[in-house]
Design a protein around this ligand. Structure first.
Ligand SMILES: C[S@@+](CC[C@H](N)C(=O)[O-])C[C@H]1O[C@@H](n2cnc3c(N)ncnc32)[C@H](O)[C@@H]1O
Length: 238
């Protein structure tokens, strides 16, 4: 598929023959399973390449620029069928990725996809992110947290920041206009030990799809009373 070749070249992805085969296999798995239950609204292959693959790969430059760690560990919260985490992992094998979702069917699909693609360095954890944030094995264990299309930034910060190591970065993928969400999240960012360090706006390649990536760095330990339980987070966002 020529569009996919161009996208891989645009993002400077190495080992393109292998990566392309894995992306095509993964896309077919998603589109096939999508006939049985809803994983994505996108059914057209070229649209899939832009809105799922290129959109996920837009994180690569942030991974390079925000950390010098050789084998970073990332968690993708609310990953759904595996976006952006599994696409990033395929294009950047040196990263270890945890794919997290609270929905059992989606987690089962991600397990199936991981096995079918035969990739190591990927784990799937089926739990609410705010529950993981209170577990010793997950709290402050990640160099990066990703989230795309999961919740508003103030709510997302309470999911993401407890999971980050000090010095780690939360990469939140948002639409082009995100200023109001950022304003609303400033209290949460401060309370949870973070600092907004970067907001980058761009257009996805070979399209007119506009996006933002918001970078929130963890500077201090998250106070032990966060994350709160789901009811409190939803009813009274920070
Ligand atoms: C709209 S989907 C987005 C999926 C994927 N990130 C993407 O961009 O295609 C949102 C996903 O977040 C999951 N989710 C929502 N709240 C969550 C939470 N607190 N912890 C873990 N997963 C959550 C849902 O189950 C759903 O699969």
């Amino acid at each position: 598929m020529e569009l996919l070749d161009r996208v891989l070249e645009y993002y400077n992805v190495k080992n393109t023959l292998v990566v392309k085969q894995l992306f095509l296999k993964y896309m077919n798995l998603v589109l096939e399973k999508n006939k049985l239950f809803n994983l994505t609204a996108i059914e057209d292959e070229e649209e899939f390449v832009i809105k799922h693959i290129a959109d996920s790969l837009s994180l690569l430059k942030f991974l390079e620029e925000e950390s010098s760690i050789q084998n970073p560990v990332a968690i993708d919260i609310g990953s759904g069928f595996g976006a952006p985490g599994l696409f990033v992992k395929i294009a950047m094998p040196s990263i270890n990725v945890w794919l997290n979702d609270s929905n059992k069917k989606k987690c089962n699909f991600m397990i199936e996809a991981k096995e079918s693609l035969g990739i190591s360095g990927v784990n799937i954890v089926c739990e609410r992110a705010e529950v993981l944030g209170r577990k010793e094995d997950f709290r402050e264990k990640f160099d990066f947290v990703f989230a795309r299309a999961v919740d508003k930034l103030n709510v997302l910060c309470e999911y993401a920041l407890p999971l980050l190591k000090i010095g780690g970065a939360f990469l939140a993928q948002k639409g082009y206009v995100c200023e109001d969400e950022i304003d609303l999240a400033s209290n949460a960012i401060e309370l949870l030990g973070g600092r907004l360090t970067r907001v980058e706006k761009f257009v996805l390649p070979f399209s007119d799809e506009k996006r933002s990536v918001i970078v929130i760095k963890k500077l201090r330990q998250t106070p032990s009373n966060f994350p709160r339980n789901t009811k409190q987070i939803v009813k009274k966002p920070l």
